[in-house]
Design a protein around this ligand. Structure first.
Ligand code: SF4
Ligand code: SF4
Length: 437
């Protein structure tokens, strides 16, 4: 029986440890194991006693199992893509903020009665078809129309009870309108996740995330978020849009996270997740800069993240977890049965390029059916790790699925690999934990 290095395994510099990017298992290697890995990097070899623990941690694989491993992975990806649906609704495309990096045009206002009724019919028809069905709210600022959120979400929950699908409701909001009244009104529909952006301490946040009237928003948002945490069951993602081109910014944000935010939300435990995201140069027709970072910016980003994760080991574990979950790096725009509904009923795939012709798929009909240009839709959903040979043999196919950013794929005609893969060597060599073992 022959063994080989597992196709999903990546090694840190000097083979200090191995990470299986499909299982998230990190295996620190003894000197004997390192020697064995060096031998196997030259090709397969007969199984030896030293291989047993490496096989059980899936650092190695029995050569004859490789074909089965590939077939199982493909069927897992195919099930994931075909058994799930999601609808993301923009109840208004207007916003009370004018963030300095925002790419939206705020042209379309409140969703009309006809579109609301069509969406309710769409949910009723589709609820029985899928095991997983998610509803999300986006804008503009969706809470400007929280009554629409309440109405449609209520029907979603009714259908969930009837059809027993697994599904969650999430809202992406600037947080300024999450008042006592809104929290009370939305409590019946049980919002699972609320994503709010706070970009750093007041001196940074209030420069980037300003209201329509140029007012700062920091203190209102934090107070609203604390109120909602105490008076609902929702989980929160606190998104920090970090300007990684400015080295003073990332240091200030890192200190603020450590000294203020992590202490302030400590009592809420896992209900608050903090996510740092680099600000992209997105426009509404292209992705210049989106989803693609240069290495230097990445390292700054990692330094902020490492403070978040408190200890160096946890940082590596977080990365391992991020890359090993099925579909965790895949964008909804590349998944079948995932649609964005604009406030006028227009259907899109991507929430960024709202003016791009290929992204304007069609509209939702009065009876709840979707009128879709299938040629356009195929541009988003047909090229993935099941159909693109390069993605098919990639170790990140389970998490990325070749659809990390379908817009990047369309505009660059190449695989839209996530930062997690492109800079894996830098990530695994990231000095705090690379030197800690
Ligand atoms: S395709 Fe997805 S990842 Fe790419 S810009 Fe659009 S929403 Fe973002
Ligand atoms: S896009 Fe890149 S990372 Fe994603 S599956 Fe394809 S080759 Fe792998």
């Amino acid at each position: 029986m022959n063994v080989a290095i597992h196709p999903n395994v990546k090694f840190a510099k000097g083979n200090e440890f191995a990470l299986n990017v499909a299982t998230g298992v990190i295996t620190y290697l003894s000197n004997e194991h390192k020697k064995r890995i060096l031998e196997l990097k030259d090709g397969e070899s007969r199984i030896e006693p030293i291989d047993i623990s490496l096989l059980s941690n899936e650092v190695l694989i029995i050569k004859n199992h490789l074909e089965n491993h590939k077939i199982n992975l493909e069927s897992k990806i195919s099930d994931y893509l075909n058994n799930a649906a999601a609808i993301c609704i923009m109840p208004t495309e207007k916003c009370n903020f004018r963030c300095t990096y925002c790419y939206e045009s705020f042209e379309k206002g409140k969703m009309g009665e006809n579109t609301i009724n069509s969406i309710i019919k769409y949910i009723q028809k589709n609820a029985k078809l899928y095991n997983f069905f998610n509803l999300s709210w986006f804008g503009g600022e969706p809470l400007l129309q929280y009554q629409i959120i309440k109405r449609i979400s209520q029907e979603f929950r009714n259908q969930q009870l009837l059809n027993k699908f697994t599904g969650s409701i999430s809202v992406t909001t600037n947080g300024s309108l999450l008042t006592e009244e809104v929290v009370r009104e939305l409590s019946d529909v049980d919002i699972n996740l609320i994503q709010i952006s706070i970009d750093g301490p007041p001196e940074i946040h209030d420069k980037q995330r300003i209201t329509y009237n140029q007012k700062g928003t920091y203190h209102t948002i934090l107070a609203n978020m604390e109120y909602a945490l105490r008076n609902s069951n929702s989980h929160f993602t606190l998104r920090i849009n970090l300007d990684t081109t400015n080295s003073n910014n990332y240091k200030a944000v890192a200190d603020w996270l450590e000294e203020d935010i992590s202490k302030r939300f400590q009592e809420f435990g896992t209900r608050v997740e903090i996510r740092v995201v680099s600000i992209w140069n997105a426009t509404n027709t292209s992705i210049e800069g989106i989803c693609i970072q240069d290495e230097e910016r990445l390292i700054k980003y990692l330094r902020v993240k490492s403070i978040l994760s408190k200890t160096n080991n946890q940082f590596l574990e977080q990365y391992a977890q991020e890359v090993s979950q099925i579909g965790s790096l895949a964008c909804y725009a590349g998944k079948p049965n995932h649609y964005i509904v604009g406030s006028d009923g227009t259907l899109y795939k991507c929430t960024v390029a709202l003016k791009l012709e290929d992204n304007i798929l069609g509209f939702i009909k009065e009876n709840g059916d979707l009128s879709i240009d299938e040629t356009k839709e195929a541009k988003w959903t047909k090229l993935n790790s099941l159909t693109d040979p390069q993605c098919n043999k990639c170790s990140f196919s389970q998490s990325c699925m070749g659809i990390h950013c379908p817009l990047t794929r369309m505009q660059t005609n190449s695989q839209p690999c996530p930062t997690h893969k492109k800079f894996i060597d830098s990530i695994l060599a990231f000095e705090p934990y690379a030197h800690s073992h």
